[in-house]
Design a protein around this ligand. Sequence first.
Ligand code: 6PG
Length: 250
Amino acid sequence: MESVVSISPTPTEMSRVAAELFARLAHEAVAARGRFLVSLSGGGTPMALYRLLAGSPYRESLPWAQMYFFWGDERCVPPEDAESCYNQAQMALLRQVPVPQANLLRVKGELGPQPAARAYAAVLKEWADAGLDWPRFDLVLLGLGSDGHTASLFPGSVETSGLATVAVTAHYQDRPANRVSLTPDVFNAARVVAFLAVGAEKADALQQTLGGPREPLRLPAQRIQPVEGQLWWLVDEAAARLLPDDLKRI
Ligand code: 6PG
C-alpha cells in the first residue's frame, strides 16, 4: 500500500489540495474506465472541498455526467434533514453542478439502520466489480474523529469481515445515533482513499492512528489500509503537530 501524508498550512489550503486530487482522479477514471465512482464522507471537514468543487474551474470542467456519488456512511434521518450526509453534500455541491440525479446513490437512512444497511448492500452489489460484492471506488473520502473513528466505524465496533455495510447504533456528540456505514473491506478495495483532517483537536487521533501501535479496535481509522490502492492523509499543520518527522512526507 502506497501512503502519502500531505500537510497544508491551513484548512483552506488542505481543501484546495483535496479538490485538485479529486479532479485529477475524476479525469483519470473517466479516461480509463468511462466513469468515476466516489464515496463521500459526512462531517464538517469536507464541506469546504464540496464548495470548491461547486465553483470555478471545477463546475465547468469536471465530467459530471460520468461521476457517480455514493456515501461512506449516513445518519438514519430523512434525506432533507440537516443532519443527513446526503443533504449536506447536496447543499454544498450536488445541487450546484450538472450531475444527473440518477448518479446520486444515497443511503436510504430514513428506512432505519438494518433495512437501510441491507438496501445499500444491494445497491453496492449492482455496481460490484468482478470477484467482489461492491465496486472498487476510484476515490473514498473519509474523516477522522478525535476518538479515532472514521465513517461510522466507532471504537469497539463489531467485526464486519465479508460484509458490505453495517448498521450502527452509536452515541456520538449530539449527532443522531443510528447510522449505516460501509465496512473496511469496501473502503480497502478502493483505488484511492483520502482522509481529510484539520484542527488541533484531531492531532492526538492522527498521531495515534499513524504513529501509534496497531490497535484497530480502539482506533477504527487504522482499519483502513487499501489492499491495492493509495492512502492519502490530507491534513493541516494543526492536525499534524504531533506527528513524528518521519511521517511528515509531503
Ligand atoms: C459523519 C462522518 C464522521 C466524520 C468524523 C469527522 O457522518 O459524521 O462520517 O466519520 O467524518 O466524525 O467529522 P468532522 O469532519 O466534522 O470533524
